[in-house]
Design a protein around this ligand. Structure first.
Ligand code: BMA
Length: 292
């Protein structure tokens, strides 16, 4: 099973008229709300600092962007390379953005909230150590917030009552040393999707050649530390010219997986330069996921 590139991909290009997004636009979170698709995307400008921009779309394909970023370096931890890789979780009537703050000496897993997807307020970092690829579940589990994150190379889970103090840290998925594509490092992609067969988690992995690919796993609904299925194969790898050549070569990296009608939509950054969309019938993704 492989995802199919949408024929209109790539959907978003850098905009040379805006200094802050003139160089690259790539990893993005997408959420549907009030009949519209809302995108928060990572952009790099001529200063190579990452900022987060906002775009809106009626069909998920043609996007209108704000001229100014909605999140810029603002809190010291992000003073070196800025704010990266937004993932958007709607939960309890508000929106949460998990993003990475890239400072001079480390990178930090940040969490912010918003009621309108444009004005964001930090809630707190998940932890004060090198950590990224964190994504909040769209429901409380056992009455508590649950988050996936990445400590070097592995996907971890943690729980919280207030989004500030986290406990229950434990590793749930590791690289498979003998499996090629995900043998070196793995991390979560978009927000886990509730299904009858478990949480569908899209995740990425890379190998010794630093090629980023994507696949899926199913986690138990009540206890997502339990990985029920994890197929060996990937469902997407760089193959288009703009996924192979860009700012960082050989990368497909998604922060957004969502169900649209009968399909899974996966928005992703290609080679850290452009934004694309790949899709598959959701039933096919689920049949594949349960093979592992
Ligand atoms: C990861 C993240 C992503 C990026 C990827 C490939 O570590 O920084 O933002 O797309 O590397 O460069």
């Amino acid at each position: 099973m492989r995802l199919t590139r949408h024929p209109q991909s790539p959907l978003l290009y850098p905009n040379p008229l805006n200094a802050w997004e003139a160089l690259n636009v790539f990893n993005c979170g997408v959420v549907r709300h009030n009949g519209l698709f809302h995108m928060l995307y990572r952009a790099q400008g001529v200063d190579y600092v990452s900022r987060i921009g906002y775009a809106v779309s009626a069909d998920g394909l043609r996007w209108n962007r704000l001229q100014q970023p909605v999140l810029e370096p603002h809190q010291g931890r992000d003073d070196y390379r800025g704010v990266e890789d937004p993932r958007i979780t709607p939960l309890d009537g508000t929106f949460y953005m998990t993003y990475t703050a890239f400072g001079a000496h480390s990178f930090f897993p940040m969490i912010a909230r918003s009621d309108n997807l444009i004005t964001w307020t930090d809630v707190g970092p998940l932890e004060r150590a090198q950590n990224k690829d964190h994504v909040l579940f769209p429901e409380k589990i056992g009455g508590r917030y649950a988050i996936l994150h990445r400590r070097p190379g592995q996907i971890w889970i943690a729980y919280s009552d207030d989004l500030i103090h986290w406990d229950g840290q434990q590793v749930i998925m590791s690289p498979r040393l003998d499996n090629g594509w995900d043998s070196v490092s793995i991390g979560s992609n978009g927000v886990p999707i509730r299904t009858d067969h478990g949480w569908l988690l899209c995740y990425h992995g890379y190998d010794a050649a630093h090629v980023y690919r994507q696949s899926v796993a199913l986690l138990d609904l009540e206890d997502p530390t339990q990985v029920i299925h994890r197929p060996q194969e990937f469902i997407m790898e760089p193959s288009e010219w703009w996924e192979i050549h860009g700012d960082v070569p050989n990368v497909v990296f998604s922060c957004a997986a969502l169900v649209v009608g009968e399909d899974l939509y996966c928005y992703y950054g290609g080679a850290d330069r452009l934004i694309g969309l790949a899709t598959a019938p959701f039933a096919d993704v689920m049949a594949f996921a349960q093979q592992g």
